[in-house]
Design a binder for this molecule. Structure first.
Ligand code: CMC
Length: 424
């Protein structure tokens, strides 16, 4: 089945033939699975050149700044689609027709409520806990409430779990926020769109139900679409790895949430806003650029750089455009936007950033829009998690639906050789 062959020549050993496969697009891959039986492992910390799986969901060309979901460019999905349609596309492989779409929306809406007892969980957390800490716990706890859909070998169970996760994630996110504020939880309303409903649960109270602004709902929906999937990133790979042991989908998504939390990944959106706060004024930019370039200083320009995109992040382009639209429509003149744009301009003309191909990523402008919508900074990564849920679950389902093996990497051991326990 190999498209080509590679030969690995190691000094003093017989050449090893390795099959080479071609995908639809992207670099060919050398299948190194047989190497182990020849007494060698590959060594690739950080997975700089490792394809961990075969997938049909998302394609990225980092040099050209291309991101496709099931073949459709992210720019077109952001403009013409909506979040639930994108979820359908990721999960099922094709865009739905009108009837399939309304059935899918209806099914998701049937699952927006969470088990009433799940609310009790919140009481165990401090109100000033970081919302991502609470999310890890509550999403993991879903497997204690939805036993009836935990058979990972049953396609129907997998589908119900996927729908439950997509439907309940905004409800849980809003619950976590309300708990942090000491306000009563607001129940979902199924006459609203996915994003309107999320904003309703976030910002309405039992005493006052305001109409959700269509501008904000559209911006929220676009943010969800832009985060929906991103190939084999750290959190998606975590979900796949956890899933490869046969763990249930709720536990796997909780693992994904934990991996997303770090500032090098989804935690960057929160870190960008904190960084802009810290910079404070355009006159301080040079000082922070110097810190980012100083190898003895741990400070990095948050929202800059990407493992895969070495030219531009197509999501950042759409995000910046959305940011302009939202602030324009709301008549907000946010000085942080001006600061961010100036920072981007200076960094993009600085040889350090140019030589290393460091460009703004999706997280650079998302915080400014989220802030304009009224979302507090510590909730930013939770929004990323809600948006990424269909991607996580689509990858998990793709893996479980086909032949797969438990993910079990090996290592280059550099510790002590065997030695005897000292006699006393
Ligand atoms: N500020 C300053 N220097 C940087 C930055 C940055 N944001 N990002 C990378 N570099 C430097 C890095 O120090 C290294 O320099 P040198 O070659 O001299 O040692 C070089 O650029 C290559 O960086 P790397 O860390 O080897 O690249 P990576 O692919 O391992 O890391 C990254 C990618 C996104 C983790 C990193 O660029 C970073 O930490 N960026 C800031 C955090 C951030 O914005 N993360 C969001 C990523 S997009 C959202 C998502 O999908 O999660």
């Amino acid at each position: 089945m190999a498209d080509k062959k590679a030969q690995l020549i190691i000094e003093g050993a017989a050449p090893i033939d390795l099959p080479v496969y071609s995908g639809t697009m992207g670099p060919d891959v050398v299948d190194v699975r047989a190497l182990g039986s020849s007494g060698y492992f590959t060594f690739d910390p950080g997975f700089m050149a490792t394809s961990s799986c075969e997938s049909k969901i998302t394609y990225i060309d980092g040099d050209k700044g291309i991101l496709l979901h099931r073949g459709y460019p992210i720019e077109q999905l952001a403009e013409k689609s909506d979040f639930l349609e994108t979820c359908y596309l990721l999960l099922k492989g094709e865009l739905p027709d009108a009837e399939q779409k309304s059935k899918f929306v209806e099914t998701v809406q049937k699952h927006t409520m969470v088990h009433e007892q799940l609310k009790n969980f919140l009481n165990g957390f401090r109100r000033d806990a970081h919302p991502m800490a609470v999310m890890c716990g509550i999403v993991g706890a879903l497997s204690a409430f939805y036993h009836d859909s935990l058979d990972i070998n049953d396609a129907k169970h997998r589908e119900v779990s996927a729908i439950r996760l997509i439907a309940k994630m905004p409800t849980i996110a809003a619950m976590v926020y309300k708990y942090s504020k000491g306000e009563p939880v607001i129940y979902p309303r199924n006459d609203l769109s996915y994003s309107e409903n999320f904003l309703h649960m976030m910002f309405n109270t039992p005493c006052e139900e305001k109409k959700i602004s269509p501008v904000l709902a559209r911006a929220m929906d676009r943010i969800f679409v832009l985060h929906a999937d991103h190939e084999q990133n750290a959190s998606t790979s975590t979900v796949r790895l956890a899933g490869s042991s046969g763990a249930n989908p709720f536990a796997c998504i909780a693992a994904g949430i934990a991996a997303l939390w770090g500032p090098a990944h989804g935690g960057a959106n929160e870190a960008v806003l904190r960084m802009l706060d810290e910079i404070g004024d355009v006159s301080n930019i040079e000082k922070f650029i110097a810190k980012a370039k100083d190898k003895d200083d741990p400070f990095k320009l948050m929202g800059f750089g990407h493992r895969v995109y070495k030219n531009f992040d197509p999501r950042a382009k759409v995000m910046k455009q959305t940011c302009d639209e939202v602030l324009g429509e709301l008549g907000i003149n946010d000085p942080q936007l001006e600061l961010a744009m100036k920072l981007e301009e200076i960094a993009r003309n600085d040889p350090y950033f140019v030589e290393r191909n460091l460009y703004p990523n999706v997280d650079f402008y998302s915080g400014i829009i989220l802030k304009a919508i009224g979302i507090p900074t510590e909730m930013f990564t939770v929004i990323f998690a809600a948006g990424r849920t269909p991607g996580w679950i689509a990858h998990w389902n793709e893996m479980i639906s086909g032949p797969y093996k438990i993910g079990r990497p090996r290592q280059l051991y550099t510790g002590y050789p065997q030695r005897d326990y000292p006699s006393k």
